[in-house]
Design a protein around this ligand. Structure first.
Ligand code: HEC
Ligand code: HEC
Length: 328
């Protein structure tokens, strides 16, 4: 008798239960008998609120508010600058072996793609000619002589075509990278005496280096004048492939570097005050050895393009000439 009663109940309950899960999606809010303050009146982000004079529901923090942990008064540590805004000479951190290794680790993650493992500016992005603005080598005199604070600032704020890495690299790691870049610079500038202190076979290294040079020279020679043809049109392509236009305009606009419009044949003032006529020879030198003569009012930031073939360089020159009214 009892068993049939339960069966009855089940027969009624089952369709009720099943009807509430029929596999459809409902736009209606679920039945919510006890509210428990789950839904309250409120403003959405960015919503309008006529209560305030500026009609914004979102209020500004009181002027001068600093989020907890964000009071960065120590400009030496957080910005790499002294109170007189000059760059700090030495990194304000204690140099330990593990700190340097941290710097190496971070450097290899964030900087090698462009600046290369050895800091010579030959990262994979540069080597494969993707058309990115070339990154300079850290082993040029100018970058050897800058302060630690300057290097810190380059990482924190970026510089010209290099983006800031502040979002990816926390403050302490930036200093670790600065320290490691210093170590890299020393490693590439060691004298024979320096090296002799360690247990290295210098002559075998020199032999290896000579062989590598020979291979590189052969490769360069075989690449020389691939195609051979020289024209302004080809120069335009070469300029695009090498991202010259990241720094040089052709319409007179001043960018990182001087415009190419009417450059050829014009009188150039150099940073030492002397003047020179921008003839073919000057253009060639500006491309393969840009630090020889620095145009006044511009940073010495162009890297040498001495790996380009002669016909590439001559085509670039033809192209720059074609942008000038002074061309014969
Ligand atoms: C995406 C490629 C790229 C990455 C990654 C990169 N750089 Fe650069 N870096 C550049 C380029 C390009 C320049 C040259 C910018 C210019 O002159 O317009 C440059 C310039 C520099 C300079 C020289 C500034 C000067 O005064 O000429 C320093 C120092 C430097 N980078 C350090 C670093 C460090 C340290 C890292 C890693 C945290 C890093 N870069 C990561 C592309 C890169
Ligand atoms: C990272 C930015 C940058 C890139 C990329 C760059 N240059 Fe420059 N270039 C400069 C700056 C800055 C100067 C001025 C300082 C100097 O004289 O070195 C300059 C100077 C020159 C000059 C001399 C201009 C003058 O007014 O005296 C020539 C020519 C030139 N570049 C050609 C090239 C060519 C060709 C390329 C590409 C193969 C190239 N540059 C790529 C930054 C750049």
């Amino acid at each position: 008798m009892k068993a049939t009663k339960y069966l009855y109940l089940a027969a009624i309950a089952l369709p009720v239960v099943l009807s509430s899960c029929r596999g459809q999606i409902s736009e209606k809010p679920p039945v919510h008998p006890i509210m428990d303050m789950d839904q309250q009146e409120r403003f959405e982000p960015q919503e309008r609120n006529a209560f305030f004079a500026d009609n914004r529901a979102m209020r500004q923090p009181v002027e001068g508010t600093v989020a907890r942990g964000n009071l960065k008064k120590d400009t030496v540590y957080y910005q790499g600058i002294n109170t007189d805004s000059s760059f700090v000479a030495d990194a304000p951190v204690k140099l330990t072996k593990s700190f340097l290794y941290r710097g190496k680790d971070r450097y290899e993650v964030f900087c090698t793609p462009c600046h290369g493992l050895a800091g010579d500016g030959q990262g994979i992005i540069m080597a494969n000619n993707y058309g990115y603005v070339p990154a300079p080598s850290f082993h040029i005199d100018r970058l050897r002589e800058v302060n630690d604070g300057y290097l810190y600032s380059v990482i924190a704020n970026g510089i010209r075509n290099m983006p800031s890495y502040a979002q990816q690299i926390p403050v302490r790691d930036r200093w670790a990278i600065v320290s490691y870049v210093r170590a890299l610079q020393q490693s590439q500038n060691a004298t024979e005496d320096n090296v002799q202190q360690y247990d290295v076979d210098l002559s075998s290294l020199q032999e290896e280096y000579k062989q590598q040079q020979a291979v590189a020279e052969k490769q360069a020679a075989s690449q020389q004048d691939a195609g051979g043809e020289v024209s302004a049109e080809r120069g335009k392509t070469v300029a695009a492939e090498n991202a010259c236009n990241a720094c040089h305009s052709t319409d007179g606009a001043k960018m990182v570097g001087p415009t190419w419009q009417n450059l050829f044949g014009s009188e150039r003032t150099l940073d030492d005050g002397s003047t020179v006529t921008a003839d073919e020879e000057y253009l060639r030198e500006s491309i393969v050895n840009p630090s020889a003569k620095i145009a006044e009012g511009f940073p010495p930031s162009m890297v040498p393009y001495d790996h380009l073939s002669d016909s590439d360089i001559n085509s670039l020159i033809e192209y720059i000439k074609s942008l000038s009214e002074n061309a014969e």
